[in-house]
Write a protein that binds this ligand. Sequence first.
Ligand code: GCB
Length: 592
Amino acid sequence: MLRPKDTATRERKSLDGLWRFAFDAGGVGRGEEWWRGPLADAHEVAVPASYNDLFADPAARNHVGDVWYQTVVRVPAGWAGRRIVLRFDAATHRAVVWVDDTRVAEHEGGYTPFEADVSEHVAAGEEVRVTAVVNNELSWQSIPPGFVVDTEDGKQLQYYHDFFNYAGLHRSVWLYSTPVAHVSDVTVVTGLDGSEGTVDYRVEVDGGEGHDVRVVLLDADGTEVARSAGASGVLTVADVHPWRPGEGHLYELVVELVARGAVVDAYPVPVGVRTVEVRGAEFLINGEPFYFTGFGRHEDIPVRGKGHDDAFLVHDFALMRWIGANSFRTSHYPYAEEVLEYADRHGVVVIDETAAVGLNTGLAGGIFGGEGYPTFSEETVNDETREVHAQAIRELVARDKNHPSVVLWSIANEPESDTEGARNYFEPLFTLTRELDPSRPVGFVNVMLAPHGKCLVSRFADVIMLNRYYGWYVNTGDLAGAERALQAELEAWAGDGKPIIITEYGADTLAGLHAVVPQPWTEEYQVDYLEVHHRVFDRVDAVVGEQMWNFADFDTKPGVFRVDGNKKGAFTRDRRPKAAAHALRRRWRRLA
Ligand code: GCB
């Protein structure tokens, strides 16, 4: 799905800012058709942002159910006769949208965009009312899964993942226009052969029967390096300047739709020419072994919650650069497209993950009302869930396929993976991901509960991704024992002959807490814990990466294991370094 852009033939208008907003605690808005007029008793709310922490009100933070967003927008007068599209970059976890009284869109899944052609429902120069009902409930058939419990105090939400269920319009909303005949999709796959680069392209067109497609590849300074005609083809670039980790060199593929010699539509796609390959136990970028350093992260900041924020975007990348990180994982959902575009431009390597987190009742089972649920069953995660999961993968690949920064798909985080149910659930999802994108390796992130020899899903993966907490959840306070256990397990995985990325290892640490003897939660313990892990990684050749958990402290639901959230950050939630940040910086700058 193409991101809205201003081009010679296209225009976009941001709908970001303050919107009218109403909680629908009784769940009556759909029946009462609240979209038909101005929302009554409305608050004002910021878009983009999670609504949860804006109001200093526990009922707002913990609301479960529908909320209503509304704004009025004037359609630019110059858009007469054009195709007009309303686009939401994200609505967490699902939404229905109306333009005035007409229902125009519905979308499931909180972290991928959706849009509606509203040309027939709006008039250039006139105002329209845009209303969205956004719902934050999780079920066994949502990705991520969870369930709603009815209590005396109203609905409560339970889920198996370790971050707060922030909700709302987390990313920008756009009204944009294109010509009626327009470019509707572009796919690029790049190759390298010595000093020659190739750009395999495929263009899809809507409403342009009889029109021609032509493409021009420009270098960063605007010089033309290749051109071609036709909806698909291969461009070759002599003396190519590859995209590589640390250096985000980008070309621009300008796609034009042409009728009778005139350009009808133009759309530019940034292109990084690079290759990705798994060979034996190595992960190769441009044919060279790559070692991942960096983090699992979250989209999580004070007040805005999961709302995208460009200031934090720039600052977080600055901190990753400061610390010597060359990569991160979009744990545990697709991040804002702004983040991937930034990574493209700055040569930061990304493991791109779906929102399939918490498909594992073993991780928190029993805590919820004393009831244990099986993860995979007719009543819990089932075939219908798998179809929702498959759709989440389709939407992720459709959105992110052209980003050179994305080198590996992660289709789930820490699902149950040691049962036949898991094996049957996941095998077709691996097949699907490879069909959608044969150019990138595919994996999932394995949980400690399914170690080597027990996991039945890792056989489908090109890369082994492991989250390990020796010295924290097990061997707590016993780093010598942790070192032995980690070494033994990694050696077993190395026997599979695939590359291993440690996608999580970490220890909760309260900034400012110190001790002279090793004490969990102190800054010293976090440093020692990391050192032990690094020693082991250095001894196991198949380990091709380390992504510490987490970049920064982040918010979670309340719990006896959580002190104002998860404290495993190298940085605090307001991005101040703990001692571990300095230790990581020394190591990663040396490795670089
Ligand atoms: C994990 C999860 C992550 C948690 C982390 C922790 O394995 O993947 O979402 O936050 O452990 O800190 O427990």
